[in-house]
Ligand binder design. Structure first.
Ligand code: FAD
Length: 383
């Protein structure tokens, strides 16, 4: 793999870095305290093409390869994980899944709106009683003439209250041993669909995380995404690519932790000298830097495999597992460098730690990534 960025990749990385400095960084503390990112950010992300990366240009995408997508995601994650998550979900889990599985009509209906930021998507898989065992859904879609009628509840849905379209997973077949899950593109204003914002999150406070309740939600059969009964495959294919995006966001957190810790170590003095000159502080900084580089290389490897059309799912789990755990370690080590000031939200590292923590939980917990990797190594499913 060529680790040198092309001119185009470097240009898109710089564009994202400048965007974050201008549109995100000045507001990060206020958005975190208010538990609300300013929604106008979505159109701004769309205007720069960040919501259409890797989506074909004929559907409003901005093209680009998966490494460029990682670079943008890393820069956004370095600035604010709540903003990064908007892109990872609306583009990474929803638009890219429509591009892969959608009918021509579905692509024309949703992709230009999603990639421009005129519309936003959310991914409705998790339920109150169904998390890691994602194939075991209780939400049901029952065929009624030319429609499906859907009932159920979805939990922890990123972009949930902002979304215009829900990529929703529901059971359509109860036969024993049959996964029987199907995917639907449900417009968020469909009668019977109500949404409630989930407050009090440890991190990602600016993000619109929601519970969705579906009571007799009637949608035409044309909203089915992919064949009936193939919804679990649709979900898993979305999540495999999504894990690369989460990993890239984690690299951004880890890099932000390193930048902040090195800067602070150069300013703070104790015992008559700068703390950067204390060996145990250098140990913290060096541990962070190794984690940053290792997480980045694992993540870029996934992008390279996807762009070369190779199998990437196990590599994506390895990258997501390592990068998410590394992001927590890096933010925690950076907080140690800051001492007591790290514990106050005027300084950036506490938020990095809070935001990093969920990365080991969503899109498959660290335990689930280990089971995916273990299955690939042994051929034995230990789920
Ligand atoms: P559980 O599955 O109940 O797991 C509890 C514990 O048991 C974990 O430690 C887990 O690793 C462990 N465990 C479970 N099974 C096994 C096993 N077989 N072997 C070993 N250990 C096991 N979901 C969506 O669909 N869309 C979203 O946009 C979305 N966004 C989210 C945003 C946030 C902020 C959060 C917190 C969650 C989000 N989720 C979303 C849900 C997330 O994907 C789930 O929380 C996650 O998959 C874990 O499910 P759970 O919380 O039910 O935990």
């Amino acid at each position: 793999m060529n680790l040198e960025l092309s001119e185009e990749q470097e240009a898109v990385r710089r564009l994202a870095e400048e965007f974050v400095a201008r549109e995100v960084t000045p507001h990060v503390v206020a958005w975190d305290r208010a538990e609300n990112v300013d929604r106008s950010i979505v159109k701004k992300l769309g205007a720069l093409g960040f919501l259409g990366l890797t989506v074909p240009e004929e559907y409003g995408g901005s093209g680009g390869d998966h490494l460029a997508y990682c670079l943008v995601t890393e820069e956004l994650g370095r600035g604010d994980s709540s903003v990064r998550g908007i892109v990872s979900v609306s583009l990474g889990l929803v638009a890219k899944t429509i591009a892969s599985w959608g009918s021509e009509e579905q692509k024309r209906q949703w992709l230009p709106r999603l990639t421009s930021g005129e519309a936003i998507g959310c991914f409705g898989l998790t339920e109150p009683g169904t998390g890691s065992d994602a194939g075991n859904l209780a939400t049901r879609a029952v065929r009624d003439g030319g429609d499906y009628v859907i009932n159920g509840t979805k939990m922890f849905i990123t972009n949930g209250t902002w979304a215009d379209v829900v990529l929703l997973f529901a059971r359509t077949n109860d036969a024993p041993g049959h996964r029987g899950v199907s995917a639907f593109l449900v417009p968020a204003d469909t009668p019977g669909l109500t949404r409630r914002t989930i407050h009090g999150k440890l991190g990602l406070r600016g993000q619109a995380t929601a519970e969705l309740v579906l009571e007799d939600v009637r949608v035409p059969a044309a909203t089915l995404l992919g064949p009936e009964g193939k919804g679990f495959t649709v979900a898993m294919s979305a999540l495999a690519k999504g894990r690369m995006s989460v990993a890239a966001g984690c690299v951004g957190i880890a890099q932000a932790a390193l930048d902040a810790a090195v800067r602070y170590a150069g300013e703070r003095e104790q015992f008559g000298k700068g703390i950067a000159g204390h060996q145990l502080v250098q140990e913290l900084l060096s541990d962070i830097s190794v984690d940053v580089e290792a997480a980045r290389l694992l993540t870029w490897r996934v992008a390279d495999l996807i762009d070369r059309g190779q199998e990437f799912a196990t590599a994506a789990s390895q990258a997501k597992l390592y990068a998410s755990e590394a992001a927590v370690r890096c933010a925690n080590n950076a907080l140690q460098v800051f001492g007591g000031y790290g514990y106050i939200d005027e300084y950036p590292v506490g938020k990095l730690l809070r935001d990093a923590r969920v990365m080991t939980l969503y899109e498959g917990t660290s335990q689930i990534q280990k089971l995916i990797i273990g299955r690939a190594l042994t051929g034995v499913s230990a789920f």
